[in-house]
Design a protein around this ligand. Sequence first.
Ligand code: FAD
Length: 332
Amino acid sequence: MELKQNVWVYIELVNGTISPLSLELLGKGRELADSKKNGLVGWIMGEGAAAAAEQVIGYGADAVVVVDNPELASFESSLYTKAAEEVLNKYEPNVVLIGASHNGRDLGGRLSAAMNLGLVADCINCGYEGDDDSITWIRPAFTGKLFVKILTTTRPQLATISDKIFRGNVFDAGRTGEIIHETVSLNGAKPLQQVVGFEPLSAEEQELTITNAEIVVGAGRGVGSPEGLQKVADFAASIGAALGVSKPLVDSGWAPHEKQVGITGSKIAPKIYIALGISGAIQHKLGLQDAELIIAVNSDPDAPIFEFAHYGIVGDLFDALPVLEEEIKKIK
Ligand SMILES: Cc1cc2nc3c(=O)[nH]c(=O)nc-3n(C[C@H](O)[C@H](O)[C@H](O)COP(=O)(O)OP(=O)(O)OC[C@H]3O[C@@H](n4cnc5c(N)ncnc54)[C@H](O)[C@@H]3O)c2cc1C
C-alpha cells in the first residue's frame, strides 16, 4: 500500500495497551480515509510497540508504522518529537490525528514548532467539506461560547482531538494489513528528563473520579448551599459513585474544577449519571452525552434536562435522596 498522503493516527500506548482515545481516533480516521478513498495508517512509537500493531489493524487501520526503540521506552517529549519528525518527513501523510491526552498535547505542540506546521488543538470534530484534501477542523473557542471552523494551510494537516467524541471501530480479528518496522536515528538527541521507575497505585489507593467511575452523581445549583452539596456527596459515597458538579458550584468555590462535568470541565461516559438539581444546559449536556443511562431529579417539570434524561423525577432532590439510595442499594 502507498503510505504517503494518507490519513495517519498516532497510537498512544498506556502500559503497553492502546489507549481508548487512540481507538476513538482510529474510528474517525477510518471515516476520513474512506470518504476520500484513502488508506488509514496507524503509527506507534515506543518499546514493545510491535506487540500492539496487529490490534491496530483489527481496529481499522490498513497499515501500521511501528517505531520500536528502547530509547522511546517511556514518553519523553524531546525524543518522541525527533522520532515523529523523522517518520513524518519520510512518509508525508496528508492528515495526522493525535489524541489530546497530556502526552498527545505535548507531542502535537512540539511537532508543530519543530516542523513549522499549523496545529489545531482540542478539536471536537473534523471532515472534508470540499473536493480538495483540506480538512475543516472544529473546536471550541472563547471558553466554549463558539465553535469555530479552522483550515490549516500546511501539510501534513495536524490536530489534537478531544476524547470521548468519536466511537472506535468494533475489533475485527479477520482484518489484514501491512506492518512496517521503521528505525529512527534521533539525530543524537538526548532526553530532557528520564523516568527512573513506575510505582502503580494499588486498587485501594486509586481514587474514584468522574472519568473512571461507573456511577456519577452530578450536583447542580439546586443543592442550594455547601451543606446541600455535602448531603449529595454523602449520597454518592453511600452508593459507591463519584461526585460531579455543574459549573456554578465550581464558580462558587464549593467544588474543585476537576469535578466539573461539561464542555469546559470533563467529558464523562459512566454507566449511570444521576443529575440532582441540574437544569441541563447545553454546556453541561455536552459533557455527559455518552453516559449510558441518565436519571434526573429536578423540581421544575420544564427543566431542559428532562428532554434528554432517560428517567426523570419531578420533585425536591433532598426528598429523592433516601428513596434513590434505598432502591440503588437493592440492585447493587
Ligand atoms: C462558555 C461557557 C462554558 C460553560 N461550561 C460549562 C460546563 O462545562 N459545565 C456546566 O455544568 N456548565 C457550564 N456552563 C454553564 C451553563 O451554561 C449553565 O449555566 C450551568 O450548567 C447551570 O448549572 P446548573 O444546572 O447547576 O444551575 P441552574 O441552571 O441554575 O439549574 C439549577 C436547577 O436546579 C433545580 N432545582 C433547584 N432547587 C432544586 C431542588 N431542591 N430539587 C431539585 N431541583 C432543584 C432548578 O429547577 C434548576 O433547573 C458554561 C457556560 C458558558 C457560557
